[in-house]
Design a protein around this ligand. Structure first.
Ligand code: IPE
Ligand code: MG
Length: 219
């Protein structure tokens, strides 16, 4: 979800207004995903690198997560959304940790759509965490294969993503799902995240359908 800041700047608004607009957009995109039958959606909401932003912006982004949980959770639950968290919760406030864990617990039996929220997430940090867990569980070297590493990532038993969409025209991975993206298709939308609507999503999906996925094989 990139481009909130630039969206705001274009309108002479503070960056946080862009993040608010981006959050508004979330509802639209979520609804569209449910309608389109998408089963798993992962949102990159806050990266391990985002801590380096000005303190007020970091605080604002924390507040937005809290507001989304406070105000949107009943509706999400009603729509059958299963919330999951990807990342390290330990660095966020105890109060917010509890809210996230409660939301995950409350929605765990929903099956309309799995919504992974990557918050304080980094692809490298995730791999390091997985290696630490593998060692902690005493797996011998011979046992370590792709399936085992996948199992210890934050995404656990979920399949790898088919399509990764980045908004705002940037051609970068920015530490997102590094392991899981091995054979994902990429799509870069030219618009800022707050302007990424259902039409833009459908464009991404149509182009995805035309991709010739070979997974390193020959046809
Ligand atoms: C939102 O867009 C992504 C978050 C980290 C919440 P940005 O904040 O990266 O917006 P730009 O890239 O400065 O426009
Ligand atoms: Mg950005």
């Amino acid at each position: 979800m990139d481009g909130n800041g630039r969206w705001a700047k274009q309108r002479g608004l503070p960056r946080l207004a862009g993040h608010r607009a981006g959050t508004e957009n979330l509802r639209r995109i979520l609804r569209a995903c449910v309608e389109l039958g998408i089963k798993i959606l992962t949102l990159y909401a806050f990266s391990t690198e985002n801590w380096g932003r000005p303190e007020a912006e970091v605080r604002g982004l924390m507040r937005i997560l809290e507001d989304v949980i406070d105000h949107e959770l009943p509706e999400l639950h009603k729509e059958g959304v299963q919330l999951r968290h990807l990342g390290d919760l330990s660095r966020i406030s105890k109060k917010l940790q509890t809210k996230v864990l409660n939301a995950v617990e409350m929605t765990r039996n929903n099956h309309q759509l799995i919504l992974n929220v990557a918050f304080n997430y980094g692809g490298r940090a995730e791999i390091i965490h997985a290696v630490q867990e593998i060692v902690r569980h005493g797996h011998p070297a011979e046992e370590i294969d792709e399936a085992l590493v996948s199992k210890y990532l934050y995404t656990g038993s979920l399949p790898d993503p088919d399509l990764i969409v980045r908004t705002s025209g940037e051609l970068r991975i920015s530490n997102f799902l590094l392991w899981q993206a091995a054979y994902a298709e990429y799509y870069i939308a030219p618009v800022f995240w707050p302007d990424f609507d259902k039409e833009e999503l459908c464009k991404a999906l149509r182009l995805f359908c035309q991709r010739d996925r070979r997974f390193g094989l020959v046809k």
